[in-house]
Design a protein. Structure first.
Length: 219
């Protein structure tokens, strides 16, 4: 099946309020263009260098999502153009994003990554760390970032009940903050769900899914 067929089929069954991010990491620019040609505008990458190379080659109305783990020293390369950074897992990283956003005279949208999985390999903050960040004066001083919501990755397991419980815990945390509106908090996105579990994630309240292999084929 072609990329366009896959994408059309997925979109047909997605609720209107759910934003689809086509995870295009390791895929050639020609594949992204194929998706672009039928209207896909949100693309997700997990390496800043690769995303920047693609940004330079592709149309400028694409919204680029950084979905991988972010190293502070690489933020400067994506700061001029990135649409949304999903993997913010420390206050130190937020400070660096704010610093680079200021240099580029823009506000950068971020999601706080929450650790919900039963695996050591995943990154993220817990509920207490999020509360600590959001309630701190240092955070309130960051005027060139906006926290737009939360992101999380469920455990890689066939146990659907476990995955569902992890997604539900993230949704509860999202609901805790979604009505807070300040100069740098505006919760809109709950980014959870990938190729293998996005339908379950949507049923648990996700409104942003990150789908790669179901669109572009396996890597």
């Amino acid at each position: 099946m072609s990329i366009q067929t896959n994408l059309t089929e997925i979109k047909k069954h997605l609720p209107l309020e759910v934003t689809l991010i086509a995870v295009s990491k390791t895929k050639p620019v020609t594949d992204l263009l194929e998706a672009y040609e039928i209207g896909q505008r949100h693309f997700g990458e997990n390496k800043i260098q690769e995303m920047t190379d693609k940004y330079e080659q592709l149309p400028k109305d694409i919204n680029w999502h950084m979905i991988g783990h972010v190293q502070s020293n690489k933020v400067k390369y994506m700061a001029p153009y990135v649409y949304l950074i999903h993997g913010v897992d420390s206050f130190k990283l937020l400070q660096e994003i704010n610093r680079q956003a200021l240099k580029n005279n823009r506000t950068i949208n971020c999601l706080l990554q929450v650790y919900i999985a039963q695996e050591e390999t995943k990154f993220g903050l817990d509920a207490n760390e999020i509360a600590e960040i959001i309630n701190s004066q240092e955070f309130k001083n960051l005027q060139n970032i906006t926290i737009n919501g939360l992101m999380g990755m469920a455990s890689f397991t066939d146990n659907q009940e476990q995955v569902k419980a992890e997604f539900n815990s993230l949704k509860q945390l999202f609901d805790q903050y979604k009505n807070i509106k300040t100069s740098n908090i505006n919760f809109q996105y709950l980014s959870m769900g990938m190729s293998g579990d996005y339908q379950l994630a949507i049923s648990c309240g996700s409104n942003m899914v990150r789908i790669g292999s179901n669109i572009f084929g396996t890597r």
